[in-house]
Design a protein around this ligand. Structure first.
Ligand SMILES: Cc1ncc(COP(=O)(O)O)c(C=O)c1O
Length: 405
């Protein structure tokens, strides 16, 4: 990135050979079913260190399969962090469970273990602990609490592939972990996900149900390829600078929140998110697993360099200690002047992202007040530190941010 170039909030890449591989799979006849699904599941379970891993049609679809797999009956109490991705509590509520929130911490932005201790009871059927933006929550503490109360623990690992606490990968601390392979995630298979489970019997039960999902069909596949191609084009540095950046600068004041999270709207919906994970996507996932190590190493080095340079001027989301390995899917700052800073950064050529996670309690009447979640929704600003940027680029970026501060 030379100083004159603008930088997009995120860089989304079409998985290598995605169109070619789709055509080849179609010709070979292994697009929907084939051996790569089992191969991907086995490689994933081995990497994460779980007893089993099962491909699922999406992260949210994975949660639904897990609730069914655990035999949770409507009315069962499920605790979520108030600060999170709205579809998760929305799904809990719409399936008839008794949804309860716990506030988040101000540093990791994950569920506060002390607040969980106060809220949990022996009636709590399950706790969903989310690791946000690549930084694990205090999952070791949370696991002790759920164990003491006999509640199931499900980790939302949508952002946290490969992150670890005390050398133990997230997705193995409780009964299950749920990963997403949406386009912006660390492993991108143009949708889909994986659940990791602590028992082989549970894995088999979920696999049996997941395999009964209806294949999504060619129209769905074409839509997924087209959407991902669009995202990779608009976040491509050349095209971003040739048009997208200028378009973002034309958004009228007060309208910025419409495009705050992505360049198109976020959907709180299950539409297109069920069905069956495809063998074609599993092939992309296996390829992704082979290259993701270097990508994550660059991501981490860039994030640490940026945070290091700006630490005295901006508050950042941080892991709970040196025993935590983050993948920094996103670099997350917190500022009380979010809109003004985002506007100044955009003028300086730095596109940012906000309103990805929400204070979900606001979606449900009478859910209670969660001041840290509310503050996080208003203050969290994601700063780009893409893995393909060099450390010199990061220094230029840090200079631009210092100027905007
Ligand atoms: C924290 C979190 N959990 C769950 C999900 C749902 O994943 P999916 O979009 O694959 O259903 C997302 C998606 O962005 C997320 O950010």
């Amino acid at each position: 990135m030379r100083s004159i170039l603008a930088i997009a909030r995120q860089r989304i890449q079409l998985p290598q050979g995605a169109w070619r591989s789709a055509a080849a799979s179609l010709v070979r006849g292994d697009l929907w079913d084939g051996p790569q699904i089992a191969e991907f599941e086995a490689a994933f379970a081995e990497f994460i260190g779980s007893a089993d891993a099962v491909t699922v049609p999406s992260g949210r679809g994975g949660f639904k399969l897990l609730f069914d797999g655990f035999g949770l009956k409507p009315g069962a109490e499920i605790i979520c962090s108030a600060f999170g991705y709205p579809i998760v509590p929305f799904l809990v509520k719409s399936l008839g469970y008794n949804l309860k929130f716990v506030d988040c911490e101000t540093t990791t932005l994950g569920m506060d273990p002390e607040k969980l201790e106060a809220a949990i009871s022996d009636n709590t059927a399950a706790v969903i602990a989310t690791h946000l933006y690549g930084v694990p929550c205090q999952i070791d503490e949370i696991a002790k609490i759920t164990k003491a109360h006999g509640s199931a623990l499900i980790e939302d690992c949508a952002h946290c592939y490969g992150a670890a606490v005390n050398g133990q990968k997230v997705g193995t601390f409780g009964d299950a972990g749920c990963f997403s392979f949406e386009t912006s995630k660390v492993i991108n298979t143009m949708g889909g996900g994986m659940v990791t489970v602590s028992s082989e019997a549970m894995g088999e039960r979920i696999r049996e149900t997941a395999r009964q999902g209806t294949p999504n069909g060619m129209k769905w596949l074409f839509k997924r390829l087209s959407k991902t191609t669009f995202e990779s084009l608009v976040t491509n540095p050349v095209l971003f600078n040739l048009g997208v950046y200028q378009a973002l600068r034309l958004i009228p004041r007060g309208e910025e929140d419409r495009f705050a999270s992505g360049y198109h709207g976020d959907e709180v919906s299950m539409s297109g998110k069920m069905g069956r994970y495809t063998n074609y996507q599993a092939r992309l996932g296996l390829r992704g697993m082979k290259t993701v190590g270097d990508v994550v190493a660059n991501r981490r080095a860039n994030a640490e360099r940026l945070i290091d340079q700006l630490d005295e001027k901006l508050r950042f989301q941080k892991p709970a200690g040196s025993h935590v390995d983050s993948n920094y899917m996103l670099v997350t700052a917190m500022t009380e002047e979010l809109h003004a800073l985002a506007a100044r950064l955009l003028r300086a050529g730095v596109d940012t992202k906000h309103l990805y996670m929400r204070d979900c309690s606001g979606m449900f009447e009478g859910a209670g007040d969660f001041p840290h979640a509310l503050a996080a929704e208003k203050e969290v600003l994601h700063i780009p530190a893409h893995p393909h940027l060099s450390l010199d680029d990061i220094d230029v970026l840090a200079g631009k941010i210092q100027g905007a501060l």
